[in-house]
Design a protein around this ligand. Structure first.
Ligand code: AMP
Ligand code: GLY
Length: 720
């Protein structure tokens, strides 16, 4: 089959990514570029250089080469009507006509459209021209008093014309005079309510026939420097996640944004009588009041295109053809479940005082970088690559997680030699967490799912044990202090007093151990029966060794048997209406039937936050004395205990509380030290964890991220 001849207009990194995607999808590439892009040049069959809004030159080049389909990168040629002229020449286009490109070129058009058609998600706004300008002052003052306003010129400004109160505008007077300034150059100015939230980009390809291809959402970073400071830029880098959400977005959020775009497309058709074809790139914001629409662009995002195109599994040529022919609904489009991080390397001084200069760009072949490399605004001279005044090269890491993708992009970006810089923080765990926390702060605890919702009676706990059960005694003792007005003497070794439930403790819900379960019938090893009798708690034993023997299995690692065993245990838990299972020196691996239905927690005699060089928890899987020995061998000066949620892998669940450090003391025996660690570590934080759970203070979101008092605690919380 002969290759599809495709025209690509544009010469940035976004277009380099589009060029790669077109070629990977089976196209023969004809590139019309404003600047020689060395990356595109290398892969194009033919190229021409000319001003990006010189429609006639682009169309001439397309006709000369009999291209079948055209993909337009930037907004300038769209605004100049390149699609109108290409279509007249019989060339199919991915991109809107000049009139439809108003979606981007006129902010007032888009805002008024959403208002007229009752499409939700718009901030409050007003459009002012010279005619009604006398009303602007009152409107700005009103918005200013309510949290601020945003002033937007009604026209293309290369992303630099928007000014936000608090950031670029100090007071209402400044906002007003900025409006005046705008009206000297533009027909209108849009004044709108300032929103607070996290921004994201949803790029959607529409075919004008009711078909939509929504790309995975991406988050761009506009500010020049690490920590979101410095001037606004064209975008310093961006990331997307393997699940096609973003860490601060739920599926519903993304669906909401898709719905808005689909409604806007329908509204355009009603309003103008013609359907929109091409990219509708929505700039959205997740706010406490839901998903809000900031603006549309009529093209792919730069850098956002570089996040979504490399993971497209379907041929991009097929996608473009379907979009141009109104057949997107018939095409099954797939993406790889990969996270991506894009980092832009820019000239020093960018964006305010960029200094052009020679750079050396690392390559996959010579420098063994794993990143994709997309050239942006650079010049290729005989002696090498030179930066211009804009973004220079983009590196894109593609991996299973955002962090891994970040490492790939960062490694490559850091290898560029020359007077350049890039943001090291984009895609890092810290920055992504900051985004998540921002959203959570705005949302309060709304949207979080509590692990346990206080019910006005104690939370019911089942203690699972296999040995001495000293921690069970401690929990019972704590429960006693916590809930009962009268307590008896220290119960570490003796019986826990028979006290009666006096109702809810003063300010909080609390917990009660309602059953003790053991997998060990041997009473010379296991104190479960003794403690249960002393404390008048229901006691159950199902000896694991006997269980396997009965079934004729000696391999105690056989997980099918283990699941069957746990199903029987789960019945007991249900019967006692248990809310939480607390493992207290329980030696069996615990499986789905229990952990899938009951929140199960454990305490570990080491700091589970500590990681080894491959990022794994250093002290996972070791027992008490092993932890101490390993810590000594590692040269640790102190040990902490950690409580955590139990999942199917040993010691890998979400951390809850981390104890204060217990100084390693080599003057005492390991055994004595272990006792000290128990007293200052395990015994303090385990009952405390149960109490905090009972108070409904731990919660998780849809992504399984855990919160304490509404604050995200990815690595647990140090105990008070
Ligand atoms: P726009 O070109 O409309 O996307 O605006 C550029 C940038 O200004 C956006 O990416 C936001 O950071 C900010 N912005 C635009 N509209 C608003 C708004 N209503 N509230 C807060 N920030 C805004
Ligand atoms: N990512 C910003 C833009 O493409 O406009």
């Amino acid at each position: 089959m002969s290759k599809t001849k495709a025209l690509l207009v544009g010469s940035g990194a976004r277009e380099h990514a589009l060029a790669d995607a077109l070629i990977a999808g089976g196209a023969e590439l004809y590139a019309y570029m404003q600047l020689f892009n060395p990356g595109i040049k290398r892969i194009a069959k033919k190229y021409a250089v000319g001003k990006s809004d010189d429609v006639a030159a682009a169309v001439k080049f397309a006709k000369e080469n009999s291209v079948e389909i055209a993909v337009i990168g930037p907004e300038a040629p769209l605004a100049a009507g390149v699609v109108d002229e290409l279509e007249k020449a019989g060339i199919k286009c991915v991109g809107p006509t000049r009139q439809l490109a108003q979606l981007e070129t006129s902010k007032s058009f888009t805002r008024q459209l959403t208002k007229k058609y009752g499409i939700e998600g718009s901030p409050e706004f007003s459009v002012f021209t010279k005619e009604n300008f006398s009303q602007a002052k009152q409107y700005i003052t009103k918005l200013w008093g309510r949290g601020g306003c945003v002033i937007k010129p009604d026209g293309l400004t290369g992303g630099k014309g928007v000014k936000v109160s608090g950031e670029h505008l100090k007071n209402a007077e400044e906002a007003l005079s900025y409006c005046e300034e705008i009206l000297d150059a533009h027909r209108a100015v849009v004044v709108e309510e300032k929103l607070e939230g996290e921004e994201f980009s949803l790029q959607t390809l529409t075919d004008g026939n009711g078909g939509f291809l929504h790309f995975p959402p991406v988050q761009d970073h506009k500010r020049a420097f690490d920590g979101d400071i410095g001037s606004n830029t064209g975008g310093m880098g961006s990331y997307s996640d393997a699940n096609f959400l973003l860490p601060f977005l739920t599926q519903e959020d993304v669906e909401e944004a898709k719905k808005i775009t689909e409604k806007v497309a329908a509204a355009i058709k009603k309003e103008l009588g013609i359907a929109y074809k091409g990219v509708m790139y929505g700039g959205f914001m997740k706010t406490a009041a839901g998903i809000k629409l900031l603006e549309y662009n009529a093209r792919f995002g730069d850098p956002e295109a570089m996040n979504v195109l490399p993971i497209l599994k379907t041929s991009f040529v097929d996608v473009c053809r379907a979009a141009a022919e109104g057949k997107l609904a018939k095409l099954n489009v797939e993406f790889e479940n990969k996270a991506t991080v894009c980092k832009y390397v820019v000239p020093e001084g960018y964006p305010d005082t960029p200094k052009a200069g020679k750079i050396i760009v690392p390559s996959v072949e010579k420098d063994y970088i794993k990143s994709l490399v997309y050239y942006a605004n650079v010049e290729e001279k005989p002696d090498g690559i030179y930066t211009t005044k804009s973004r220079a090269v983009a590196f894109v890491g593609v991996a299973d997680t955002i962090q891994k993708a970040e490492a790939i992009a960062e490694e490559a970006a850091a290898k560029v030699q020359g007077a350049v810089f890039h943001r090291k923080d984009i895609g890092t765990w810290q920055l992504v967490q900051k985004r998540v926390e921002h959203v959570k702060r705005l949302m309060g605890t709304a949207g979080l799912k509590l692990f346990y919702r206080p019910k006005g009676e104690p939370m019911k706990v089942a203690a699972f044990m296999s040995g001495t059960g000293s921690i069970v005694r401690k929990i019972l003792e704590f429960q006693q202090h916590d809930l009962f007005s009268e307590t008896k003497s220290s119960m570490t070794t003796g019986p826990v007093a028979e006290a009666t439930w006096k109702g809810q403790s003063k300010n909080r819900e609390s917990f009660k151990v309602v059953m003790i379960f053991t997998d060990t019938a041997d009473e010379s090893i296991c104190n479960a029966k003794k403690i249960a009798e002393e404390c008048k708690v229901a006691y159950y034993c199902n000896d694991i060794k006997a269980y396997y023997t009965k079934l004729g299995h000696n391999d105690r690692k056989d997980m099918k048997i283990r699941q069957q065993y746990d199903s029987e245990t789960a019945k007991l838990l249900k019967m006692h209406k248990v809310d939480v299972v607390a493992l207290c020196g329980y030696m069996s691996i615990i499986t789905k039937p229990v952990i899938g239905s009951f929140l199960t927690i454990n305490v570990h005699p080491a700091d589970l936050r500590a990681k080894d060089s491959s990022g794994r928890r250093k002290y996972a899987g070791c027992m008490g004395s092993e932890c101490v020995e390993k810590a000594i061998a590692n040269g640790d000066k102190e040990i902490r205990a950690t409580t955590h949620i139990v999942n199917e892998e040993v010691d890998s669940g979400q951390l809850l509380l981390v104890s204060k450090p217990v100084k390693l003391d080599t003057n005492i025996t390991t055994h004595e030290y272990q006792q000290k660690l128990k007293e200052e570590g395990d015994w303090k934080i385990y009952p405390e964890t149960l109490r905090m759970l009972a108070e409904g203070r731990f919660a998780a979101d849809e992504r399984g991220m855990v919160y304490l008092d509404g604050k995200n605690i990815p690595e647990g919380q140090e105990a008070a």
